[in-house]
Design a protein around this ligand. Structure first.
Ligand code: SF4
Length: 175
């Protein structure tokens, strides 16, 4: 079972798809958006592209904010007024052009039986920030609206001190 604290190496193995076998659903995902890099990946990918990190960020990446945390992902080619579009690294003939170093969120995006848990693992480890009250409040709203959770992702696990959690939810702790 995938939990919030399942090690990244294990999660990457469960989400792994080799380029040759990437399914139509994955390609569809690359044509509709892109996945997020972790901070630690940025210098590695910049090196892979023979670019400085600063230039890599400026030319290829855009910010995305979820649960009050901002990460970077490959830019998306959007037609005017549209929110979705093709990832800049997607080639219709060759697939992902940065497959070897693709974003962690892409690495673990898989349409197998672990797909939903893998997505939640990424969200809990890289977007939901237990030290940020606003992030916790947004996660609480997600749970209240019926969003699925994996072990380690309940509010009481993220903020074990019940008094602190109550204050966060009552906006008595703002930041
Ligand atoms: S980085 Fe690669 S895998 Fe991720 S969305 Fe872009 S083309 Fe697809």
């Amino acid at each position: 079972m995938i939990k919030k604290d399942t090690p990244a190496e294990e999660v990457v193995k469960l989400g792994y798809c080799d380029k040759e076998n990437s399914c139509a659903q994955c390609n569809q995902g690359c044509m509709q958006g892109s996945g997020c890099f972790t901070e630690a990946q940025l210098p590695i990918v910049a090196k892979f592209l023979k670019s400085s990190e600063e230039n890599f960020k400026k030319v290829w990446l855009e910010p995305v904010t979820r649960f009050n945390t901002t990460l970077l992902r490959p830019k998306i080619k959007r037609s005017k007024g549209r929110q979705h579009g093709q990832c800049v690294f997607f080639d219709e003939k060759g697939g992902c052009m940065i497959h070897e170093v693709k974003p962690m969120e892409c690495m673990i995006s898989n349409h197998n039986e672990y797909g939903e848990a893998l997505h939640l693992w990424f969200t809990l480890n890289y977007f939901v920030n237990p030290t940020d009250p606003q992030s916790i409040r947004e996660w609480a709203t997600y749970i209240e609206s019926g969003g699925p959770v994996i072990p380690g992702g309940s509010l009481s696990e993220l903020v074990p001190n019940q008094k602190t959690l109550k204050k966060i939810m009552e906006y008595k702790i703002l930041r």
